[in-house]
Design a protein around this ligand. Sequence first.
Ligand SMILES: [Zn+2]
Length: 150
Amino acid sequence: MLTTIARYFNPSEAQILCARLQADGIPASVADDQHMMANWALAGALGGARLQVPEAFAEAAAEVVRAYHAGELEQDLIAEDPSAAERCPACGGERLEKTVPLGQRALLLASCLAVSVPFPTQASNYRCLACQMRWRFSDIEAAGQVRQPT
Ligand SMILES: [Zn+2]
């Protein structure tokens, strides 16, 4: 019997965590994500996409999900590959504020009102809390350099 260990209103997040659990040898699956994508208005009624595992794996899977939400998996990645850390290109600071651009917010609202399907957004505006520098994710090129304005 499958046990639901987490629910997500972003089906992609549920699928990513499912893949992470499977990589750890846990036979995970996602339920109701297809219904959500076909009819977003059902998402609330369904309670989101369900991340499920067999009962015997529930404790181990819950620990992976907890580590994900606590940011521990990201820290593991950064320990293996320091270039994966998001840093201010000016001062190297790690305390960053990320926001969704206004255009994406407007598109989200418009798509919800027009077709009841949310447009996926991504926080791509950054502000360094140390030096107050602002940049967009798209301004970052390889090696973490900010593209010079053209
Ligand atoms: Zn900075």
